[in-house]
Each structure stands twice: as C-alpha cells, then as structure tokens.
Design a protein around this ligand. Structure first.
Ligand SMILES: [Fe+2]
Ligand SMILES: [Fe+2]
Length: 309
C-alpha cells in the first residue's frame, strides 16, 4: 500500500529541496517600513472569516470582527509553528549523516518555519500597533505545544501534515473570494503558501517514515491521538470565539443581546473549526496519505471532518 502511495505522489527530498531553494523571500519584504496593514480593508478571506453569516452586525462590527479573526490567525499559526519547528528538528537529528538530501531538506524546512514564526510575530506587532483594542488569546503557546508533543510522533506528524495542506487551501480561498482584502495580508497568505507547498511534501515523507512497520492497531492508535489533539484545539477555539466576542464588544462599544452574542460565538467557533481543522482534514492530499496507511482510518477521518465543515 505504502509503495503505491509513494509512486502516486512522487515527492522526494531532492525535489522539495530544489523547489525550496528557488524561493527566497524575507520577512522585511512582506511587512514593515512602508508596508503597513490597511485597517480600512478586511484582512481575512470571507470563506474563512464567515462574518456574512451574522446578519445583524453593522459594517463597522463586520470589519472589526474580520480584523480580530485575522489577529487570531497570526497568533494561531505562530503557536502551531512553534511546535512544528522542534518536531522537525527531532525527526531530522537521528539520521543526519545518513542521507544528505534528507538532512538538507528537513533543515531548510525547520529554518523556513523559524522564519514563519518571525513573520507571524512581526505581523502581530503591526496589528497590535494599529488595531487599538487588546485581543485575548488561547494558550499559552508553550503549554499547547507541550500538550501536542506529548502524543505519539505519528499522531503529531499527521497533525502537521494536515496543517500544511490547510495553508494551501487558505491561499487559494483568499484569491477565490477576492473581496478587496488588504494587500499585506494577502501577501502573507501567498508567501506562506509558497513555502508550505514543500513542507506538505516533506510531511508526507515524514508520515510514511513514522508509519513504517506499524500494524493496523498502531495506525488506529496514532489516528486516535491525532483526533485527540484535534479535540483539544476544538475546545480551545470555542474559548477563542468567546474571547473574540469580548474583543468585538470592546472595539465597537456595542453590547450584544444574549441571543446575538450566542450566534456570534457559534458562527465564529464553526468558522475556526473550518479554518484550522476541517479545511485540512478534508484535504484530498491529506486523506490520500492516511488512506495509504489504512483506508478504514481515512474513511473515519473523512467522516470526522464533516463536523468541522
Ligand atoms: Fe509555516
Ligand atoms: Fe510549514
């Protein structure tokens, strides 16, 4: 089964390394100096923000909530990449001398994630300087990272694989519903997408390596662990939706009635479920990797993804 999958996707360390070496953007090319966030425009694509579903919000509140979600995006990706970085280094380390292309591709992957952490933090600082209202966030990132990394490496690798395919979709959706989103934010999604395309390929190889010689029961346990991490994030996103409601009320000076507040939280929780979980779990390339390990587990995940749609 694994052999077939490898033949289908055709990913190799050599190809990922070569593709990565052609891309050389710097954080300062994307944000800072004259490159400022334009707070008159939305930052997040509507397909991820889903603010249109909350019909009673006025134009100011819609824009503010879009910005609050964008801040959450910067923070959440920063948080996720903070545990991807050590995980990739740990995966690379035991075999550093064995395969030069593998070592170089994985170290470049780690270095790009370190750059992305820097990128998201720099955008976050720009955001905070311009937005004017504090946004409370889930975390702390270090604790979340520890909780994730306590799981079996194959469970974590599946999560990372899902995250990388997810970012491919996020950029494509930002173009698809081209609604005049801020140029800097669009550029962030685009530049992230450029490098994550290689990460997704390397993650595919990482998942295959970690799944080698594991029987059906062990694969099932790894998927259990992956779903456990997903469940942990889902709970955190519900909390984040409540924080976002609070930030929205402070940013606009409006206080929503209980039923309206409940709608905002419910719609935004589901929007975050799609943004960070569903758009990755349901990605055909992610499911293809899981199907190569176990068709039954791929079916299980495709069904689980429906709750995050
Ligand atoms: Fe990244
Ligand atoms: Fe990545």
């Amino acid at each position: 089964m694994l052999q077939t999958a490898q033949a289908t996707h055709g990913f190799t360390y050599a190809k990922a390394l070569a593709a990565s070496e052609k891309i050389n953007w710097r954080v300062e090319d994307l944000i800072g100096g004259e490159r400022r966030l334009d707070f008159a425009k939305p930052f997040m694509p509507e397909s991820l923000a889903r603010i249109g579903e909350i019909g009673f919000l006025d134009a100011e509140a819609r824009l503010k909530l879009n910005h609050i979600r964008a801040h959450g995006y910067l923070y959440t990706f920063g948080l996720v990449e903070e545990f991807i970085l050590p995980f990739v280094l740990d995966h690379a380390r035991p075999l550093l001398a064995e395969d030069d292309l593998r070592t170089r591709a994985l170290l470049r992957f780690a270095s790009e994630e370190a750059k992305h952490i820097h990128l998201f933090r720099t955008f976050e600082r720009e955001f905070q300087a311009g937005f004017g209202t504090d946004c409370a966030m889930i975390g702390p990132a270090e604790e979340v990272g520890k909780a994730v990394l306590a799981h079996h490496p194959l469970s974590v690798a599946l999560l990372i694989l899902q995250v990388e395919w997810m970012t491919q979709r996020h950029y494509l959706e930002s173009i698809r519903d081209n609604q005049g989103i801020d140029e800097q934010f669009k550029s962030l999604l685009r530049h992230h997408w450029m490098e994550e395309a290689q990460h997704a390929q390397l993650d595919t190889l990482m998942v295959e390596a970690l799944a080698e010689n594991r029987d059906a029961r062990q694969i099932e346990q790894a998927v259990d662990g992956y779903l456990e991490i997903g469940g942990m994030f889902d709970g955190a996103f519900k909390q984040q939706a409540a924080f976002d409601l609070d930030a929205l009320q402070r940013a606009t000076g409006q206080v929503y009635r209980a039923a309206e507040a409940a709608t905002i939280v419910a719609v935004q929780h589901q929007a975050m479920r799609w943004t960070y979980l569903g758009s990755g779990i349901s990605h055909p390339n992610f499911l293809r990797s899981v199907a190569a390990l176990s068709p039954a587990q791929a079916t299980r995940l495709a069904e689980a993804a429906q709750a995050f749609g």
